[in-house]
Design a protein around this ligand. Sequence first.
Ligand SMILES: [Zn+2]
Length: 403
Amino acid sequence: MKNAVWLYFRPGFNPPAGPGEFLAWAERFGVKIVLLDCFPGARYAKKAAPDQELARFVQACADGGLEVHGLFSALTSVPEQWIRTERRELFCVDYHGISVLDEPIAGRRYFLDPTSPEVVDLVAATSRHILESYPALEGIQLDFIRYYHYHSRFTVLAQELGHTLSLLAEGSPVQLVVGDKRVTFFLEQKDMLYHDPPLGKELHFHRQFSYCFCSRCIEEFCRRQGAVLPAELQSTQEKAEWILGHLGEAWVHFRAQVLEDLLAEVRRAVKGVGADKELSITVWYSSPYGSELVGRAADLDSAVWDFGQDWWRWAEVGLVDFVCPMNYWLTTESFQMVIAKQRSRLKGDLPLFSGILRSPEHPLSGEELTAYLEAARRAGAAGLCFFHYGTWRDLDWKVGKAR
Ligand SMILES: [Zn+2]
């Protein structure tokens, strides 16, 4: 087995002081593939000059026998100018009709709409630009080649809410405002003890962060399906509800196809730089994130339904050279089972490097890491992919007999 690592030179990511330190660590951890965050250079895809320090680092790794791939986030690497000038048609719109431009996730995360040709061009140009800027790179890895998804819910105990209760009808929007950030939720269910006096019981709010229901995406979906939406549907939410209710499976395939088309375009760009340059992707194994931590088993199909990542198909049609699923927060048993299922769906021998996370909340000892490595080997992974260097660098461990 050979392992891989995600490496970020960003504040808070505890990066190595230099290539010497990193190469020594890589040898101890059996790491042969480095997925190096090239986001800072990618941010202004067409004009950023190569970062000389990064270029030297890439060369030192290559000289040290490592394969280095440039990593960036496909759909969240948003040019600031697009935000500033409110290029609305380039940003995703959710189930309720709210653009991520108006309500970025957690007040700061934007993502682009992959049905926009301009967005596809940006991701392809960024990939090309990174490879041309750092010729020693052997390929590109796309992170965030997916749709954002989260069905967000909360419940309010409303017994003492009083007369405000009468303001709230089911379906009412309610905003949480924190400084200059805001997020809209919708009242899904209102349980009352009495209306007079105003004694509430529970208010259930939700927000379906499910994308992209902009008019272009809905039109394109209908065109490809040969579907016609009932004329009485007015709001985005009505249309989204109808689509998911009547053509849910087709909608899932449509989104996966949109991402596949994006990937195909990026692959053309990558191969345009050099026939031997590779393309790989970071993918999720299940939705919601960390389901096992709240007692829900990992479900591979949910990554397709919720994130649009039908990556087994992308592998089958030859769009990627290897995959790195972020198999985080799993017990060793589940880790092995998830990898085995992922492998069994992959046609052929496409290498799979199983992501493994270590963090202060999820500390892993050397013994535990050995157990995960064994589990990955038994399940048929090509290796582990450490997320991320800064959290693993201090672990006293050396790759041993599990090869
Ligand atoms: Zn859209």
